[in-house]
Write a protein that binds this ligand. Structure first.
Ligand code: XMP
Length: 327
């Protein structure tokens, strides 16, 4: 099969009219390629896989089966949003897999960052492959590959990992309807497909999810503190008009405790570290200058609402010398 490349003279999709033209063209191509056959898609809820899902639903409806694996490292509300948008609103054929215990049990006691990543990646493929084997007559695998993935793997910067590692018997023919698009174009197409703004404008979120924001060995309690503090941060950034402005922002709960005081009693609890950075290519990053009033609001809410937390810190370190994530 000849893999498609972005035509050199292709116009940048920068508005609804061009997005609609792209969608119309692709839907015709998808129907032609797929015919009456079936397609399987791993739907994480990230921008790329969500746009691919929405496009395939338009093109072939219930010939598409989406599998959403909840590995327990997603942000608050994400699995619910995937179910609401795709199953309830778009009537997708969606399989929701609650694999939370499987992942967290495998990760228990594992502190090394790269080992954690490997376990998460391998377990994901395992769960997805199990679901794929339960289905009959799948011919194609949908993928949210985008043009920068191809450029980066050609340049040797990043191994193009989409679908990499699926076992031999599951090497289906690929369907990659956003392969020739840049990220901003994928978002434009997503908007034109009617996906919610919160899904299309999402900040980058690493594959290993909150797992890399719970440094060292993950425990359910500390993971919950990461998830709850991240939700508060996102809420307050949105309220302060920073949601679309700051490139990436999140919380980290490191594996140490310090002394505090609550209701006149001594506490011994974790800190929450806030990270908010700006970048264009994620190779280097600067720290966002947060308004002090917002910082105070965040400290107040996080220490009042997140269990097991008695301190809030702000990370002032640019990249380099720190990376954006903590592991
Ligand atoms: P670092 O921490 O390397 O992050 O400065 C740069 C950007 O890459 C994201 N990131 C990841 N994305 N899998 C991913 O899909 C990963 O293992 C991973 N690690 C970091 C990070 O969120 C940031 O946007």
């Amino acid at each position: 099969m000849v893999l498609e490349s972005r035509p050199e003279n292709m116009q940048r999709i920068n508005g609804p009219a061009l997005a609609q033209a792209y969608i119309d063209e692709r839907i015709a191509m998808l129907r032609e390629q797929i015919g009456e056959k079936k397609v399987l898609l791993a739907l994480s809820g990230g921008v790329d896989s969500s746009v691919v899902a929405a496009m395939l639903i338009r093109a072939i409806g219930r010939q598409l089966t989406c599998v959403h694996v909840n590995h327990g490292l997603l942000r608050k509300g994400e699995p619910e949003q995937v179910i609401r948008v795709f199953r309830d609103e778009m009537d997708a054929n969606l399989i929701y897999v609650d694999a939370v215990d499987r992942f967290l049990d495998k990760l228990a006691g594992v502190a090394d960052p790269e080992t954690k990543r490997k376990i998460i990646g391998a377990e994901f493929i395992e769960v997805f492959a199990e679901e794929a084997r339960k289905l009959d007559g799948i011919s194609f695998l949908g993928q949210g590959t985008i043009w920068p993935d191809i450029l980066e793997s050609e340049a040797g910067i990043k191994a193009h990992h989409n679908a990499g590692g699926l076992p031999e018997d599951l090497r289906f023919e690929l369907v990659e309807p956003v392969r020739i698009l840049f990220k901003d174009e994928v978002r434009e197409v997503g908007r034109a497909l009617g996906l919610p703004a919160g899904m299309v404008e999402r900040q980058p979120f690493p594959g290993p999810g909150l797992g890399v924001r719970c440094p060292g060995a993950i425990t359910r309690e500390r993971l919950e503190a990461v998830r709850e503090s991240d939700a508060i941060l996102r809420e307050e950034f949105a309220a302060a008009g920073l949601a679309g402005k700051v490139w990436q922002y999140f919380t980290v709960v490191p594996d140490f405790k310090s002394t505090g005081i609550r209701d006149g009693k001594r506490t011994f609890e974790w800190p929450v570290i806030i990270r908010a950075v700006n970048t264009t290519d994620a190779m280097s990053a600067t720290v966002e200058e947060l308004p002090f009033a917002l910082m105070q609001k965040l400290v107040g809410r996080i220490t009042a609402e997140v269990r097991g937390v008695n301190r809030v810190l702000y990370d002032f370190t640019p990249k380099p010398c720190a990376t954006i994530e903590y592991e």
